[in-house]
Write a protein of this length. Structure first.
Length: 300
């Protein structure tokens, strides 16, 4: 384990001035009304609404592109046109690849920064740049109590934003380094466990897979889940201890306590960060290359 570097950040009001946003960028960012274009991740808020992040016309996501957006979808994965972000007049998004809903706020990962939207007011609340804290590219967001945990596989980093429930980040901590290039995160509050999908790296003997940790001020490694080695890019932990995960090769798998590993489907097309329907009957999985959201039944 490494010692932590901690910064205090009073961000109750997050400045947006000096962002260099042009009117043409805002127009480009809102040109994809009512469509899913390279969807990357889905989150469900407290009111049961589903939000889907899209890269839009971005190809490789360079910093100059600003075509990303978030659109509301229904339980069948179809886009709704009544609410979307950025709203008219908001600064555009670049490459949103992860998001999490926390109360009335939607936190969207956009490369090395977080963009915060107010769901009630339907407007952008602010921007939190994280490059100065060592973040290169956010790969996952995970809500843990009143905090948000961020993974950065490129810089092999876990970053903890403390006190985000009121839209104000009280502290930003480098929580952990060297956890295995974390690709995805999930938290089990009932058992106080953090699940991390790590990247295979033969050079250091890392097999990949999903590793569980006791959550606390220091991470204590417990076990590797029997989901198999290799790369998993999205994971979800259910209240009964079931783990759902998908891989870039198109596999959607389920591991239930006391049961063997199940492959529910293996024909997903570049799947992204998925979420479960509120009633638990299915998962909504974005397929980036297919420009759609698949509904995967989760019948027992």
């Amino acid at each position: 384990m490494v010692s932590r570097n901690t910064w205090f950040c009073c961000l109750a009001v997050i400045a947006l001035a000096g962002s260099g946003i042009q009117a043409a960028d805002v127009k480009a960012a809102t040109a994809n009304e009512g469509a899913l274009i390279r969807p990357t991740a889905i989150a469900c808020d407290d009111e049961g609404r589903y939000w889907c992040a899209n890269l839009g016309r971005n190809v490789l996501g360079p910093a100059k592109d600003s075509h990303g957006y978030v659109v509301q979808i229904d339980a069948q994965g179809q886009p709704l046109t009544n609410v979307r972000f950025p709203a008219p007049g908001d600064p555009p998004l670049g490459s949103p690849e992860a998001l999490v809903a926390q109360g009335n706020l939607l936190w969207v990962a956009d490369r090395d920064r977080l963009v915060v939207y107010n769901l009630r007011m339907q407007r952008q609340e602010g921007i939190i740049p994280l490059r100065g804290h060592g973040v290169r590219r956010i790969t996952a967001l995970c809500l843990i109590g009143n905090d948000i945990l961020i993974s950065d596989a490129e810089n092999d980093l876990l970053l903890l934003l403390r006190g985000t429930d009121q839209g104000a980040v009280q502290h930003i901590d480098i929580f952990e380094r060297g956890v295995g290039q974390p690709q995805a995160l999930a938290f089990d509050p009932a058992n106080n466990l953090l699940f991390v999908a790590v990247t295979p790296d033969p050079a250091v003997g890392e097999r990949g897979g999903i590793v569980s940790y006791e959550w606390g001020e220091l991470l204590s490694r417990r076990a590797r889940l029997a989901l198999g080695d290799g790369l998993w890019t999205s994971i979800l932990r259910q209240a009964d201890g079931t783990t759902l995960a998908c891989s870039p090769s198109g596999i959607f798998a389920r591991l239930r306590p006391g049961h063997p590993l199940e492959t529910i489907t293996q024909d997903l097309v570049e799947p992204g960060g998925f979420c479960q329907l509120q009633d638990g009957t299915a998962a909504l999985v974005p397929e980036r290359a297919a420009n759609r959201v698949r509904v995967i039944p989760l019948s027992r």
